[in-house]
Design a protein around this ligand. Structure first.
Ligand code: GYE
Length: 308
């Protein structure tokens, strides 16, 4: 018998690869698109997906990862809600011989061999892109102070830390640009609205600019601004990140000025990576995603092309 003929039935019997995935939660439009992409890509790739939603809590993610270890899955992937505190559970996965892939958000660990690869966006660069848009706009407006309020993402999360860092790094080139208030809106619409309301109530100086670490918080804040009798996008310029459909709609309506793209459609690349890691193939330690910047002027034209 020829070799391929012998191997074929064996392949057919081989059990599908099992991937245990711990998702951050369902806090934003971005996250919904990310989850849908992962589920669809697993199905498409014939990978058995075990999926758990951590509701934005690290302890739930640790529990999910431990249960995947106990179930002896082939590979674990997760989007870590915060950056630190992962050493112990990742060591447990390593001791069990189960490779771990990080998606979307990064971790700070003592030993980089605790994960195989990280696929996700460069959040510092996204913050810089947001800052550059503002710097250019400031150059075209009369020389008065431009007071900025900032809605940060989840405290301690990689996108919140990095988006703040990149933005501050760029805007310090113009001393007229000052962040006068900064607080977490937890990446949700409801909290974004609530914190913006507090910013508006407490205002002792005019608020010229809102920088929101994601579109959902910006959309929540837009409501708060309108309820305060102001025009979002006009009285207060608004910059946010993600590039979800809701942001394009807000831009079309003239209520949001710009969104910096962050691509959530990581599913297909994650499935390929999972297969490669399990097969013991060498993989890149860091895989980034290419992304653009979309100002309000192009929103109407771009909206029909958006995939999330
Ligand atoms: O920007 C935000 C979501 O980690 C990149 O998490 C992701 C962020 C995204 O809640 O909308």
């Amino acid at each position: 018998l020829a070799l391929p003929a012998l191997c074929a039935p064996l392949n057919a019997l081989a059990a599908p690869l099992v991937l245990g995935f711990s998702q951050v939660g369902a806090e934003s439009e971005w996250r919904t698109a990310n989850t849908a992409s992962i589920k669809a890509a697993a199905k498409e790739a014939g990978i058995t997906l075990k999926f758990a939603d951590a509701q934005q809590k690290q302890e739930n993610q640790v529990k999910a990862i431990r249960s995947y270890i106990a179930q002896k899955v082939d590979v674990i992937a997760f989007s870590p809600v915060v950056e630190s505190g992962w050493d112990t559970v990742l060591k447990e996965a390593k001791a069990a011989g189960i490779p771990v892939i990080l998606t979307d958000r990064a971790v700070k660990v003592s030993d980089p061999s605790l994960y195989a690869s990280f696929i996700g966006s460069d959040f510092v660069e996204e913050g810089r892109k947001a800052g550059r848009w503002l710097l250019e706009r400031a150059a075209r407006t009369p020389a008065a102070a431009l007071n900025i309020v900032e809605l940060q993402g989840t405290v301690g999360s990689a996108p919140a830390l990095d988006r703040k860092k990149g933005f501050e790094e760029v805007i310090k080139a113009n001393p007229r640009l000052q962040i006068i208030r900064s607080q977490s809106g937890e990446f949700t619409r409801a909290k974004g609205k609530e914190v913006m309301e507090a910013f508006l109530k407490a205002r002792d100086r005019k608020i010229d600019v809102l920088y929101a670490h994601n579109d959902d918080m910006a959309i929540g804040a837009i409501q708060a601004i309108e309820e305060a009798g102001l025009k979002p996008g006009v009285d207060i310029a608004i910059i946010s990140i993600d590039g979800v459909r809701g942001a394009f709609e807000a831009m079309k309506a003239g209520k949001l000025n710009v969104t910096v793209e962050c691509n959530p459609l990581l599913g297909p690349q994650l499935m390929q990576l999972a297969r490669d890691v399990v097969a013991g193939k060498p993989v890149e330690k860091r895989i980034t995603v290419n992304e653009g910047v979309y100002p309000a002027e192009v929103a109407a034209k771009e909206l029909p092309n958006r995939k999330y």
